[in-house]
Write a protein that binds this ligand. Structure first.
Ligand SMILES: NC(=O)c1ccc[n+]([C@@H]2O[C@H](COP(=O)([O-])OP(=O)(O)OC[C@H]3O[C@@H](n4cnc5c(N)ncnc54)[C@H](O)[C@@H]3O)[C@@H](O)[C@H]2O)c1
Ligand SMILES: [Zn+2]
Length: 279
């Protein structure tokens, strides 16, 4: 285990990477809001962040409040119209992970994000597990019918403040998992399988306090993976990690991916002889 302070120094994490990436064949990555802040999408928690500046924003993410309060739905649709996700571009960390998913290193990107930036960076859709759904689709809470968010936003722009489902007249929401809703069981099962199959698990830009997403770190470690956490703030899973890197995601992730790709190109016997016996 490398302490957060030691791995947090540039020299500390850079030298550690060559040890932690040797012999890695299967990677699972869990990403949170912190990977998208460099793309201009705010994360949620912390002194200057969205829910601290605007507590009403948290209400809009709570299912029961959304369903029972028409005023919250009106606000939500206006917030969706002007959401930064529609103009955001993938940043170097998304692009680096996309390179990894297209390489011989088997990679699954499990994301808590709803912004679609992994796919837009070039990660094949079947390598992404969207634990909390996607903003790119809307869903009816009555009949479950899905539709493109772009079409529903066009209705809002044309004057429907809270557009109902065109199939059954029910309430529409974005196809994301709100507080008070269960995760899709099939999606969660895919994420658990990826965590169990990994020999390296990367947790990037997440406070690791939203469950069950965060517990995937423990699932991976229990199944024998090394855990590397890249996040500015401490997390409850730091004590399980081989390394905790508190440096900017945009610097660490591209470097880490380069090392993984370089280690994979090395002959197996060299990787085996370099393999550290302990985490
Ligand atoms: N982009 C999105 O899709 C988006 C944005 C906000 C929230 N959400 C949703 O809200 C929930 C919030 O939980 P969460 O844990 O993902 O995010 P969070 O907002 O709780 O925490 C993000 C973490 O990333 C760190 N961070 C931010 N930028 C960083 C950088 N450049 N380098 C290093 N660290 C950085 C922060 O210090 C923080 O600890 C998620 O489940 C997600 O569904 C999604
Ligand atoms: Zn419907």
């Amino acid at each position: 285990m490398t302490a957060a302070g030691a791995a947090g120094s540039p020299a500390g994490w850079a030298s550690g990477l060559s040890r932690w990436t040797v012999g890695v064949r299967q990677v699972a990555v869990l990403t949170g809001a912190g990977i998208s802040t460099d793309s201009g999408i705010s994360d949620f928690r912390g002194p200057s962040r969205l829910w601290t500046r605007d507590p009403a924003a948290e209400k809009m993410s709570t299912y029961q409040v959304y369903i029972s309060d028409p005023a919250v739905r009106l606000r939500s649709w206006q917030a969706r119209l002007s959401h930064p996700v529609w103009t955001a571009e993938p940043n170097p960390a998304h692009l680096a992970l996309a390179r990894l998913t297209r390489s011989p290193v088997g990679t699954t990107v499990i994301t808590q994000n709803i912004d679609g930036l992994h796919q837009r960076a070039g990660t094949p859709a079947d390598c992404v597990v969207e634990l909390h759904g996607t903003m790119y689709q809307a869903v009816c809470v009555g009949c479950g019918r899905r539709s493109d968010m772009a079409g529903e936003l066009a209705r809002v722009r044309a004057g429907e403040g809270d557009p109902p489902c065109t199939g059954c007249g029910g309430i529409l929401k974005s196809a994301t998992v709100m507080f008070g809703q269960q995760l899709d069981a099939t999606v969660l099962a895919r994420a658990i399988a990826a965590a169990e199959a990994a020999d390296l698990f990367l947790a990037i830009g997440s406070t690791l306090i939203v469950e069950p997403a965060a517990s995937l770190c423990a699932v991976a470690v229990r199944a024998g993976a090394r855990l590397i956490i890249i996040n500015r703030d401490p997390t409850p899973y730091d004590k399980l990690a081989t390394a905790v890197i508190g440096e900017p995601i945009g610097e660490v992730v591209p470097e880490l991916v380069d090392r993984l790709l370089a280690a994979r190109r090395e002959p197996d016997h060299q990787a085996a002889s370099d393999q550290p016996s302990a985490r």
